[in-house]
Design a protein around this ligand. Structure first.
Ligand SMILES: NC(=O)c1ccc[n+]([C@@H]2O[C@H](COP(=O)([O-])OP(=O)(O)OC[C@H]3O[C@@H](n4cnc5c(N)ncnc54)[C@H](O)[C@@H]3O)[C@@H](O)[C@H]2O)c1
Length: 270
């Protein structure tokens, strides 16, 4: 099905919901075919009503896709108002961390077609990556539809089992925050080395962003790209000797991702 012909009911239009909606509207989704439920609509979302998007009212017929983008903690309450829309012909596409497929099967019925997806915030600039997993009720056409929607805001990968979603959420879902934290820490390190905050921040952010683009735009692996910066006995080798001493960086990130994955498991159990 083409994006132009698609009808969508979006529940929750905060940071991720609006990043996805922006991407879909840019790619040709008709605002007139979109209903959004959002108690605190942004100025941008309110503006879309002038193009025909319907805010805080329910569609008269079943939409092709019901997108769930509220926080997992209030997912159950949010579903209460839209239970009749979880029919077999409507694809339920949830992006909530820690909301398992069984929650939607319990609430909408065992026959409901559910795709669980984990995007990340670079989706806002079309540079996201989304992992998807479906239940057995999802048809090939519906899976293609879900992949197509998420591909319009970045890359997609399909998971083998829903269990993998905890690690995915911890790695790529939360991952942009780790990278932004790196830029913040590099700025602080630049200040400690004698630069002004402004110059340190400019250098740190451009370095993170430029290195990210190289990962994207060159065929080289992260290891090769790292080696290309590192002259024997030079400055980078001296720095990496601290960063990677006793695998410190790998150890820290492994513990980080494990903690996030544990939180995903805990959210699924509540
Ligand atoms: N932000 C991320 O990086 C990210 C990445 C991947 C997945 N997610 C998932 O996306 C979901 C939304 O996260 P977010 O960061 O956009 O949060 P957010 O708080 O920005 O957005 C959630 C929105 O839901 C709205 N809402 C609250 N109650 C509602 C209701 N009853 N009906 C409809 N809308 C309601 C809120 O007003 C808010 O605007 C979460 O489940 C999160 O796990 C977020």
């Amino acid at each position: 099905m083409k994006l132009t012909d698609l009808s969508v009911l979006l529940v929750g239009c905060g940071k991720m919901g609006s990043a996805l909606l922006k991407g879909w509207l840019d790619k040709g989704l008709e605002p007139g075919n979109v209903h959004v439920l959002e108690p605190y609509p942004s100025a941008w979302l309110q503006q879309q009503t002038q193009q025909g998007l319907r805010l805080n009212c329910l569609p008269k017929s079943l939409p092709d896709v019901l997108v769930l983008a509220t926080k997992p903690q209030i997912m159950s309450d949010a579903i209460a108002s839209i239970e009749p829309f979880g029919s077999q012909s409507t694809l339920v596409l949830s992006i909530a961390a820690g909301s398992p497929i069984r929650l939607f099967e319990d609430r909408f019925g065992a026959n409901v077609a559910v795709v669980r997806a984990m995007p990340n915030t670079p989706a806002a600039i079309g540079a996201g990556i989304t992992a998807l997993v479906a239940n057995n009720n999802v048809t090939d056409d519906q899976m293609q539809l879900a992949e197509g929607l998420m591909a319009s805001v970045g890359k997609t990968i399909t998971l083998e089992t829903e269990d993998q979603m905890h690690a995915v959420t911890a790695l790529s879902g939360s991952g942009p925050a780790y990278v932004f934290a790196l830029a913040e820490a590099m700025t602080a390190a630049g200040v400690a080395a004698g630069l002004s905050e402004t110059i340190a921040s400019q250098l740190a952010c451009a370095t993170v962003s430029g290195a990210g683009r190289m990962l994207e735009e060159t065929p080289d692996s992260p290891s090769t790209l790292r080696e290309q910066v590192t002259s024997p006995k030079g400055t980078t080798a001296a720095g990496l000797d601290v960063l990677q001493r006793k695998d410190a960086l790998t150890y820290l990130l492994t513990a980080t991702v494990k903690a996030a994955a544990r939180r995903s498991v805990a959210l699924s159990d509540t």
